[in-house]
Design a protein around this ligand. Sequence first.
Ligand code: FES
Length: 169
Amino acid sequence: MAVEKERRSFLGMALGGFTAVGGIVTLGAMKRTWDPLPSVKSAGFTTVDLSAAEENVLNVEKWRGKPIFILKKSADMEKHDRDVIVGDARFHVSIGLCTHLGCIPAYFPKNKNFICACHGGMYDVSGAATKAPPVKPLEIPPFKVDGMTLVLGEEGEEFKKMKAAGLTV
Ligand code: FES
């Protein structure tokens, strides 16, 4: 009888041990599954070299699946607090989605404005809405200036200042 009890006790402990080890292994596998891959983490950033950017030529980059407008301003374009200074040049940087219903506005270099074909909304070269239906300016994505490079997806000091001033939305 005592031998039977010891045997059951041993089997209970062994089973408990196996269950605990199995649980830990399963949790480890689940964590590895849910953790983003290193490439996905780095995919959250888009790096753009602006050293060769030309004035009044719209550069459209992609960041997290969204079009990003980057426009080097010419001297005749009005300065704005939303301008991003890179080197000695001013740039307009925004998410290229209309703040009305999300269409992608087109840039017209001759008129120096953005026009949204969906409902006729317009924006100036600083991204300010100049014709309804959109009432909000084009949104500025998180960015960091690193020399002549723009890092999209990282909140640098310039972006934080703009955000604090309510200029990014
Ligand atoms: S979506 Fe651009 S004006 Fe309506």
